[in-house]
Design a protein around this ligand. Structure first.
Ligand code: SF4
Length: 252
């Protein structure tokens, strides 16, 4: 889905922008290419539409946090879209997503200068701590050394910016390729390197993608206790997932 989702109770706008196909593009579970743009004009025009919905939301609702998704890394968005987005981010908490290779002290500084958020939360999809599962099975392309490097970057940002910048790791569960014991291990290990963990339940949106696994109640309870957020699959999602349609959803 592309568009804007307003969570009124959390004073948050989730902005799902159109991006280009992720440059890595090899993760075996990834469906984001389904909504990727084919041309710069397509991406910019669709994002203009989405940002006009965001403008409406900031006028109508109290929005303290803007969470940005673009089906890839924030750094792969056109500058045009980032500059237009910056009209809304100043003074608000902003979440962005990125693969590790785009993240350096300079790139973080540039995002802070452009978006001027009150707090920047950088979310990185690590998916699973176990390196064999992550790279040989899921084809994520993130060596353990990158996790160590991100941890050092997090510490440098902490020294310079204090609480203004934080790093969160995504982990994946509910997929046949990752046993529940490895999900628990991911939470335990990655908590040592990041400021928090967001657990995302896998959605199989194409027959060619790996199968889902029904997570146990124990695992879900564990994740709800240990993670800053748990993104659980809802029964109505398949109606609007990856249609390319721009939507404006106002939720409580
Ligand atoms: S890095 Fe993210 S967007 Fe890119 S292929 Fe992997 S899951 Fe998909």
């Amino acid at each position: 889905m592309l568009g804007v989702v307003i969570e009124r109770s959390r004073k948050r706008a989730i902005v799902i922008l159109k991006g280009f196909r992720c440059r890595w593009g090899r993760c075996v579970f990834c469906p984001f290419f389904l909504e990727a743009g084919n041309s710069l004009s397509d991406v910019i025009q669709t994002n203009d539409k989405i940002l006009s919905l965001l403008e409406d939301a900031t006028l109508r609702f109290s929005i303290e946090r803007i969470t940005v998704f673009n089906g890839g890394s924030f750094f792969e968005l056109p500058l045009d879209t980032v500059l237009k987005l910056s009209r809304f981010t100043c003074g608000r908490i902003v979440d962005i997503e990125s693969r590790p290779e785009y993240l350096s002290f300079d790139s973080v500084r540039q995002v802070l200068e452009l978006l001027k958020p009150s707090r920047l939360v950088i979310r990185v999809g690590i998916e699973v701590w176990d390196e064999y599962l992550r790279n040989a099975v899921l084809c994520k392309g993130i060596p353990q050394s990158e996790i160590v490097r991100l941890n050092a970057l997090r510490e440098k940002c902490r020294e310079v910016y204090g609480d203004e910048v934080s790093f969160i790791a995504y982990i994946l569960f509910g997929i046949e390729l990752i046993p529940e014991s490895k999900v628990v291990e991911s939470v335990e290990e990655l908590s040592k390197y990041f400021d928090g963990i967001i657990a995302v339940q896998y959605r199989r949106v194409l027959d060619s993608l790996p199968s889902e696994a029904i997570p146990s109640r124990e695992l879900i309870l564990y994740l709800q206790q240990k993670c800053v957020d748990v993104d659980l699959k809802r029964s109505d999602e398949s109606e609007w997932c990856f249609t390319g349609e721009v939507r404006y959803v106002i939720a409580d």
